[in-house]
Write a new protein. Structure first.
Length: 88
């Protein structure tokens, strides 16, 4: 059975919604890598496709400004107390 990994580092989120306490992130295009070994490391195949990621127990604070909709390398993402800098 092949192993698969989703890569979102070069992808854009075009919609974020909150359904009850589940955040729904929509990506028009992400890269999927499939390999008999370790995806993203070992040789295999890859393709792009639409994707939705759901994050349970979520809440949104504040509002999204027009400036926040423009990709920028100084963005920060916080998930369950962890911080990821350079998110775009």
């Amino acid at each position: 059975m092949e192993n698969r990994a989703i890569e979102i580092h070069d992808s854009a989120v075009d919609q974020i919604t909150l359904e009850a306490s589940v955040a729904v992130l929509h990506f028009p295009e992400v890269y999927i890598h499939s390999s008999e070994g370790r995806p993203t490391i070992d040789a295999g195949t890859g393709w792009t496709q639409e994707a939705v990621i759901r994050i349970a127990n979520s809440h949104i604070e504040g509002k999204f400004s027009q400036e926040s909709r423009v990709p920028h390398t100084s963005r920060t993402l916080r998930c369950v107390g962890s911080r990821r800098d350079g998110v775009h």
